[in-house]
Ligand binder design. Structure first.
Ligand SMILES: C[S@@+](CC[C@H](N)C(=O)[O-])C[C@H]1O[C@@H](n2cnc3c(N)ncnc32)[C@H](O)[C@@H]1O
Length: 204
């Protein structure tokens, strides 16, 4: 199976925090500040579920889609202040009869080939209400930053070996958001601008 984080699920947060300290957490906590109470939220690729403990008890209806069974098992043990529906499925297989106010994809799209990223983007686009916000976090591909290029290459080798991820490089996500005419309403950078957290609004 591709993109299989089962074998590294137990060590994932330790690794991520050792390398990036609190940058990955801070980027996503900043995104959460854009979520209003009593709304519906679709989280895809939430990992170990640490993020669920960062939400305030605010009447949210959260759908949590994770392909990794081990990640999902860890997520279910987290304290949840809101109504969370856990879905053990790939986002490719997931179907929804509802549209969401918010979609959160934290470090998800760096897993996919360009072709698959475009297909998944289109699917999530249809799952988001017009006027809704897509909260996006991922790494930045800046060819002028040699240290970032070395880190990216190293991470891709590591995740190819241990999680069999299908991607070998980052996708042009800004290009996809522009193609679907999203408006970027807020953006912040972390870890020497290697990590980006952005809020995109669905206009059409
Ligand atoms: C790089 S990890 C990020 C985890 C978490 N968001 C974080 O920042 O700590 C990517 C996560 O996406 C999940 N994932 C990868 N491909 C997926 C897919 N096709 N559908 C749903 N989840 C997927 C993995 O199982 C993993 O938990």
């Amino acid at each position: 199976m591709k993109n299989n984080y089962d074998t590294i699920a137990r060590y994932y947060d330790f690794l991520s925090r050792t390398i990036f300290q609190r940058s990955i957490i801070n980027a996503q906590v900043y995104l959460l500040s854009h979520i209003k109470p009593n709304t519906t939220v679709l989280i895809v690729g939430g990992g170990t579920g640490w993020i669920l403990e960062k939400f305030q008890p605010s009447g949210l209806e959260i759908t949590y889609v994770e392909i990794s069974e081990s990640m999902l098992t860890l997520s279910k043990k987290r304290v949840q202040y809101n109504n969370v529906q856990f879905v053990h499925q790939s986002i490719e297989e997931f179907t929804s009869s509802r549209q969401y106010d918010i979609i959160l994809t934290p470090f998800l799209f760096d897993n996919f080939s360009a072709t698959n990223a475009a297909v998944i983007f289109e699917k999530l686009h249809t799952c988001l209400k017009t006027g809704g916000d897509w909260l996006f976090a991922d790494f930045v591909d800046d060819p002028k930053q040699l240290w970032q290029q070395i880190m990216l290459k190293t991470m891709y080798i590591f995740f190819k070996v241990f999680a069999r991820i299908e991607a070998g490089k980052l996708n042009d996500m800004d290009g996809l958001f522009s193609r679907y005419q999203y408006q970027k309403i807020d953006e912040r950078f972390y870890y020497g601008r290697f990590i980006c957290a952005a809020v995109y609004r669905k206009e059409l």
